[in-house]
Ligand binder design. Structure first.
Ligand SMILES: Nc1ncnc2c1ncn2[C@@H]1O[C@H](COP(=O)(O)OP(=O)(O)OP(=O)(O)O)[C@@H](O)[C@H]1O
Ligand SMILES: [Mg+2]
Length: 332
């Protein structure tokens, strides 16, 4: 298989008056990749997806999907892509089966194939039994799965999913990811997706980009990104948030092999090569500074550490997640 660029954006920018939601980002996704787009709430993920899928015009920049200029030929692009947005735009009064059949007709699926395609997809998203119930009786997770099925109905080769697993229980998350993997591995479908769950992105994405305040701060394969941290992570838990003196920072930084020290809420995070050897001197430095240590842990870097080192804050899902789903204007 020769690889081709399926999704390309250059200097992509979107401002909403004073809000610079997306600021000159570059995106290149090769055929057959699962591309994970990660970032905290409000960082510009949904805005980017809406631009890439022709639902929102950019302020400036260019977009090519499957080599087609998305600004010049949006309907041609739409035929080639599947999109499931963060906020499912479902009609409560329809049944799941009716919605999928309608969607199939709208997407010009040949009439003789519609029924089989709908049944197959209902099976995949585990909604066969609920297919003839009205959508308003579905749980949040069922609605997400139905929305996903509707994005897949015309067999697109490029699929955009905005937080497909947010709000799903672990079992449904798992089955959704297995389906994504299967379409990717068996059929070479290209995926561009956002997720709040870093371990998922780590395990499944071939390439990830991390966006913060409308700008991409890191990009690469999960392994390369974690390697780029280049150190073990020693996390020191404290009793509450305390002011740490510059002197403490200086003495931590002076310990052999320490590369970086970060204060985050009630922890201090130390990036150090050969973390095991550094633990004793770190604890000693804390004691000399008169700061009581609650616990100390040593681990290999995660994608969250990549983000923390680049920006000084965490990328973990937070309490605002549930609000974010409701409050964000993902509807076209
Ligand atoms: N239609 C809009 N009008 C004004 N501001 C908007 C609009 N859509 C998004 N924004 C702003 O743009 C910024 C990026 O929003 P976006 O929805 O892209 O973030 P996100 O990364 O998808 O966040 P989340 O993780 O909460 O879904 C936010 O500050 C948001 O308030
Ligand atoms: Mg969003």
């Amino acid at each position: 298989m020769t690889t081709a660029t399926k999704i390309r954006a250059a200097e992509l920018t979107r401002h909403f008056d004073a809000v610079h939601a997306v600021n000159g980002i570059e995106i290149d996704v090769e055929e057959g990749q699962i591309f994970g787009f990660l970032g905290p709430n409000g960082s510009g993920k949904t805005t980017t997806i809406r631009m890439l899928t022709t639902l929102l015009p950019p302020t400036s920049g260019s977009i090519a999907i499957d080599g087609i200029d998305a600004l010049r030929a949006p309907s041609e692009v739409r035929r080639r892509i599947g999109v499931a947005l963060q906020e499912a735009g479902l009609d409560d009064l329809q049944t799941g089966r009716e919605l999928l059949s309608l969607q199939a007709h709208l997407c010009e699926v040949p009439t003789r194939e519609v029924q089989r395609r709908v049944n197959d997809l209902l099976e995949v998203v585990e909604l066969s039994e609920a297919a003839d119930r009205r959508i308003k009786t579905y749980s949040g997770g069922m609605q997400r799965r139905l929305d996903l099925a509707s994005a897949l109905i015309h067999g697109p080769r490029i699929i955009f999913l905005d937080e497909p697993t947010t709000g799903l229980d672990p079992a449904s998350r798992d089955s959704l990811w297995r389906y994504v993997e299967r379409l990717n591995q068996d059929e070479g479908v290209t995926f561009f997706l956002t997720t709040q769950y870093l371990e998922e992105a780590d395990a499944l994405a071939h390439e990830v980009a991390i966006i913060d305040q409308g700008q991409i701060v890191a990009q690469g394969s999960p392994d390369a990104l974690k390697d780029s941290v280049g150190a073990d992570v020693v996390t020191i838990g404290l009793h509450g948030e305390t002011e740490h003196s510059e002197e403490l920072h200086r003495s931590l930084t002076a310990i052999a092999n320490v590369e970086d020290v970060r204060d985050v809420d009630d922890t201090i995070v130390v990036y150090v090569r050969d973390g095991a050897a550094a633990i004793a001197p770190i604890v000693l430095a804390m004691r000399e500074a008169g700061i009581e240590v609650r616990d100390v842990s040593l681990k290999e870097p995660t994608l969250d550490d990549v983000f923390l080192r680049k920006t000084g804050h965490h990328l973990e899902p937070d309490a605002a997640t549930e609000d974010g789903v409701v409050a964000n204007g993902a509807g076209a």
